[in-house]
Design a protein around this ligand. Structure first.
Ligand code: 8YV
Length: 316
């Protein structure tokens, strides 16, 4: 398959990149300058049969239009809101993603944010480092997870993995989704505002994109109340980030644990100085094991396509 041209818009893990380069004729669009990118597409665009990318690299229609013989897009992320999936599918070009292999790590991140935020882990570290323990004694009390209600917005694979974990910590689980799930016993809400009013922690676990843009609105956040928390491991776009920052600053929400932001890698300055927020750099799936599994899934989907076998994880 060395005669198959693959355009790398965003690289996968080094081990799998090595296999990709041994197996296909790889063009490193990700490493090229803007001038080099334009030249690359002019010279080999018509030869490109596959694209490799991820959520961070995306895949825009303007580039798709320059690849007339593209057959498949392999994306190393479960979310695909930065890819022109419908345009690809309209041309009969499947797009594959990486569900399931990252579910546990993302759910772990949600629990880490929950624990660190409610138990104020980072201020506790400072309590020691700043000498407060010596000078002032025990740090102020924080909040237990046990007995609190976690409201999950969107109970898909990752949402259910978070729910299972949170239950093990003694939390009650409620969820909002359009349709009630028949395979869970958690309390279902068909109204987001009511869920927000009833829970102690609100956690959106939904895809990004236009359908969920700003779904967690200022009104929903306000309905949470001053003794509640917000945890986000989905996409920054699903929440009114400006409202979130203001409400956190005002104490209208008690705290937040955030792994995703609207304008990554730029995080609102106001959040950087708050001691009631825990910030992570969109790294929920960022473990050696999971990123390797995601990368391998990209390779396996390409191999299936060019081997005329069914794709493993095509976006439907
Ligand atoms: C990205 C993610 O893959 O899978 C997703 O949808 O958001 C992450 O796992 C990671 O940020 C690399 O872009």
């Amino acid at each position: 398959m060395k005669d198959i041209d693959v355009l790398v818009v965003w690289p996968i893990r080094p081990d799998q990149m090595a296999v990709l380069e041994q197996t296909y004729r790889v063009h490193r669009y990700d490493l090229a300058s803007d001038v080099e990118k334009a030249h690359m597409i002019d010279s080999v665009g018509e030869q490109i049969r596959a694209v490799v990318t991820t959520h961070g690299g995306g895949f825009e229609k303007s580039l798709l239009d320059r690849l007339p013989n593209l057959e498949i897009v392999g994306c190393a992320s479960v979310g695909f809101d930065t890819l022109c999936v419908s345009d690809c599918q309209a041309r009969g070009i499947p797009v594959t993603h990486t569900p399931d292999v990252l579910t546990d790590d993302v759910a772990d991140m949600a629990m880490m944010l929950l624990l660190a935020t409610l138990r104020r882990m980072l201020p506790a570290v400072d309590w020691i480092k700043q000498g407060h323990w010596v000078e002032q004694g025990m740090m102020p009390l924080n909040t237990s997870l046990k007995g609190k209600t976690l409201g999950i917005v969107g109970l898909g694979r990752i949402g259910q993995a978070i729910a299972s974990r949170a239950e093990a910590f003694g939390m009650n689980i409620s969820y909002y989704s359009r349709a009630k799930k028949t395979d869970v016993s958690y309390k279902h809400y068909d109204d987001l505002m009511t869920l927000a009013k009833d829970v102690d922690v609100l956690a959106p676990v939904i895809p990004g994109g236009s359908a969920t843009q700003g779904l967690i609105s200022r009104e929903v956040l306000t309905a949470l109340g001053p003794d509640s928390y917000f945890v986000n491991v989905s996409r920054g776009s699903v929440v009114d980030e400006t409202a979130l920052v203001e409400l956190l600053a005002q104490g209208a929400i008690k705290g937040a644990g955030l792994d995703v932001f609207v304008d990554e890698p730029n995080v609102p300055d106001a959040l950087l100085s708050m001691d009631n927020v825990v910030l992570q750099p969109h790294c929920a799936s960022g473990t050696f094991e999971t990123r390797a599994a995601m990368a391998q899934l990209v390779l396996d989907n390409l191999a299936a396509h060019f081997g005329n076998k069914p794709l493993l994880t095509p976006i439907q």
